[in-house]
Design a binder for this molecule. Sequence first.
Ligand SMILES: Nc1nc2c(ncn2[C@@H]2O[C@H](COP(=O)(O)OP(=O)(O)OP(=O)(O)O)[C@@H](O)[C@H]2O)c(=O)[nH]1
Ligand SMILES: [Mg+2]
Ligand SMILES: [Zn+2]
Length: 306
Amino acid sequence: MSEQRHPGVVHETAGGVYTVVLDNGQRVDASLRGRLKQQQRTGSRVVIGDQVQVSVEGEGATIESVDDRHTELVRRGRGRTAKILAANLDRVFVVIALREPRGSTQLIDRMLVLVEASGMQPVLVLNKADLKATESDAAVWAALYRSIGYRVLITSAPSAKGVSELHDELCSGISALIGPSGAGKSTLLNVVDPGLKLRTGALSRKTGTGRHTTVGSRLITLECGGLVADTPGFGDVGLWSVDPETVESCFPEFAELSDDCRFRGCTHLHEPGCAVRDALEDGRIATSRYESYETLRQEAKEQDGY
Ligand SMILES: Nc1nc2c(ncn2[C@@H]2O[C@H](COP(=O)(O)OP(=O)(O)OP(=O)(O)O)[C@@H](O)[C@H]2O)c(=O)[nH]1
Ligand SMILES: [Mg+2]
Ligand SMILES: [Zn+2]
């Protein structure tokens, strides 16, 4: 008798053990078939969100194959390696604190590009709106990113402001919350679903930054049925395998204008007759966005030779 194959989704990975929720709802701890282990070594990992085919024999479960991914959320790992955070995400929330630790447009742009380059539409969450003197940044940043076409939520965990909107969007498919340590990702999820009791952490008194309270990613099943990855904080990270031309397409308001540039393949850095720089001059493109573009494009170029 041939063993049975069951499709399932990887919910958690830890030290070679993969927790898979099978289509029939059963949760199994699976190991990898040898052939997949080889691939694991060369970097094409099995990550949370992966759709896998599992064989179950008695107590043991084995991942036999991994289905093609619709999306991959990739950041740069240590050194020159790519780190795939999750596969098959339907949406990604970029969570930035308005204060403690205060976000910046540079940080927001870097995170948005990371998600865009992974082929997904980011939603920007500006959190800790209850703290003093956050109204101005909240208003300015929300207006800027909404004008570009991004969805922006302004949230506060203690007052639950904006949380029902966040909740609604988390109830279907697979989502992820990313952003710097201490921004409040786990805290927001605890407000969405008080039963979760995720660990949260106070900021370091010395540096005012988060303490990397969440370690390791896993998919959490919300009461409403959605799956969400509460990821460990990262913000100041490089982009991975984004070529300089792709950086442009990750700035939607630039891509829209580039047809009007005099030269095809205009980099918007120094060419004459550049529609993007014209727009910058008359204020249709924000200076902060242009500066982020220059920085990220330069970074992509330096990395291109890897
Ligand atoms: N005032 C205020 N504090 C918040 C809010 N959200 C979170 N915090 C606080 O911010 C600190 C960090 O929150 P966490 O939820 O642990 O942050 P995180 O983004 O999950 O951080 P990592 O797991 O380290 O990536 C905790 O002390 C929370 O109580 C908020 O909306 N307002
Ligand atoms: Mg956390
Ligand atoms: Zn141009």
